[in-house]
Ligand binder design. Structure first.
Ligand SMILES: [Zn+2]
Length: 455
């Protein structure tokens, strides 16, 4: 049996996630559902990144212990993902015991390779990124100036892996997708890689450095290892795909493979990087007060209405600005009119004469666009089948047919509907299930509208 292992970035727990975080979960979910459908043994990991200075600070502001604080956030995040029907196999928390132990072992393996040494850091730190930065201004946190800090840190010898990374990423086009992001990564590597801190001295909310507990392991070093903790436990490493936003691409495409190489593990096969969502022309952020929770969209558009919009029109290769008007328009045109109408129409026709039974063809599930991570194109293709079937019905005029002629065209329609339903499974699992239940027969009956129109 083929195995398939997909991960999302784990969300930072200084606050509850919002729609900006949903996109990568939906991509990973569609991919995991697709691989389960074609019979692969599938592992899907998501979770929360719970250590670090920002979390410590947020907990302090609320006057509670960091662990109590992150417990609440992790529960709230899980609720949001279940509203979107995200089918993860484990919700990983970096405070989980197995991870703490594994992370320390990883650190020691890397140290044994001669890649960790004690030195002094003197430079800038962006608290928003929880990262040491070179630039005076952080492009992801324009409102938060990076702070000058000087402290004793353990460093990871990233510079040693400069040539390895350059060669590897040049020779493996599939390692960073899309190609534009691979070029950005290569350009960054060619400018020269500097060693980075892997410990903090004045941050107590973290995993202790095993052989020097005055330090805690730097939150990024700790967080990245989550993929491997699970992968080794489940015997599914290396990961097939890590899915993440562009703000995390350097950590995943540069730091992470160097860390793995150092500790003696295989590299993941693909790092899939997506762009950002903005809302009414603004970044989605708590400080701007425009946060929408995934569950709020689900209340309005239903779980599959929400999933469809993001999977079809989300920021796969470009930043995308969304408005509620746009989601409503897409919902009404593609789902209420497009898919919903077609299903109602064919069910009504089939009520007159039950067409011949057909068997579900597993081949319908195969989709080259999903294999190439083109989720938008995969859905576009299904929507061409929807309009082709609409046109076919107009051409056949089944309302004028009777007897065998009628039965023959209806059997064809039914086959097309089953094909559409199977192909929809990874994207709109509940809708697919409803259509399959309605059309598997032997009798086909009209049902309630799949997507009632929204004003
Ligand atoms: Zn930043």
């Amino acid at each position: 049996m083929n195995k398939f292992y997909v991960t999302t970035a784990i969300d930072y727990t200084n606050d509850v996630i919002h729609i900006g975080h949903s996109y990568q979960k939906l991509l990973a979910d569609a991919l995991a559902r697709y691989h389960r459908l074609i019979g692969d043994q599938t592992f899907f990991l998501t979770g929360t990144d719970e250590h670090g200075q920002k979390v410590e600070k947020s907990a302090k502001e609320k006057g509670i212990e960091p662990k109590t604080f992150v417990d609440k956030i992790a529960e709230a995040d899980k609720k949001e993902w279940s509203a979107l029907n995200i089918s993860f196999d484990r919700f990983f928390r970096t405070t989980d015991e197995d991870h703490v132990k594994f992370c320390q072992e990883f650190y020691l393996r890397s140290k044994a390779s001669g890649d960790i040494y004690l030195s002094k850091y003197n430079g800038l730190y962006c608290e928003g990124c929880e990262a040491f930065v070179d630039e005076e201004e952080c492009q992801f946190h324009p409102n938060k100036k990076p702070q000058k800090i000087e402290e004793e840190n353990y460093f990871f010898r990233l510079s040693k892996y400069q040539n390895f990374l350059k060669k590897y990423i040049e020779e493996h086009a599939e390692f960073v997708v899309p190609e534009s992001k691979r070029q950005e990564i290569l350009a960054f590597i060619r400018r020269g890689l500097r060693d980075f801190s892997v410990s903090r001295k004045n941050v107590s909310w973290g995993i202790p450095v095993p052989d020097d507990p005055r330090h805690t392991i730097y939150v990024w070093f700790d967080a990245l290892i989550n993929y491997l903790t699970y992968g080794v436990e489940e015997n599914c490493w290396p990961a097939d795909v890590h899915i993440l936003g562009k703000d995390n691409q350097r950590f995943h495409a540069i730091y992470w493979p160097a860390m793995l190489k150092s500790a003696g593990y295989e590299l993941p096969k693909t790092i899939l990087v997506h762009d950002f969502i903005s809302l009414n022309g603004q970044k989605v952020s708590k400080s701007l007060g425009n946060v929408i929770l995934p569950s709020e969209l689900v209340k309005k558009y239903g779980v599959d209405g929400t999933r469809y919009f993001f999977l079809r029109y989300g920021p796969l290769n470009n930043d995308v600005d969304i408005t509620l008007e746009k989601i409503t328009d897409v919902y009404n045109s593609d789902l209420a009119n497009g898919l919903g109408n077609l299903i109602a129409r064919v069910a009504k026709l089939c009520e007159r004469t039950s067409p011949q039974r057909s068997t579900l063809n597993a081949q319908y599930a195969k989709n080259k666009f999903i294999e190439e991570f083109r989720f938008d194109e995969a859905l576009k293709e299904i929507w061409t089948w929807i309009s082709e079937l609409d046109q076919q019905i107009e051409k056949d005029k089944p309302w004028k047919l009777e007897g065998n002629d009628l039965r023959k065209v209806l059997a064809g329609y039914r086959e097309s509907i089953l094909k559409i339903a199977v192909a929809l499974q990874p994207f709109l699992p509940k809708t697919s299930e409803k259509i399959l239940a309605q059309f598997k027969g032997p009798e086909i009956r009209s049902g309630a509208p799949l997507f009632p129109r929204i004003k």
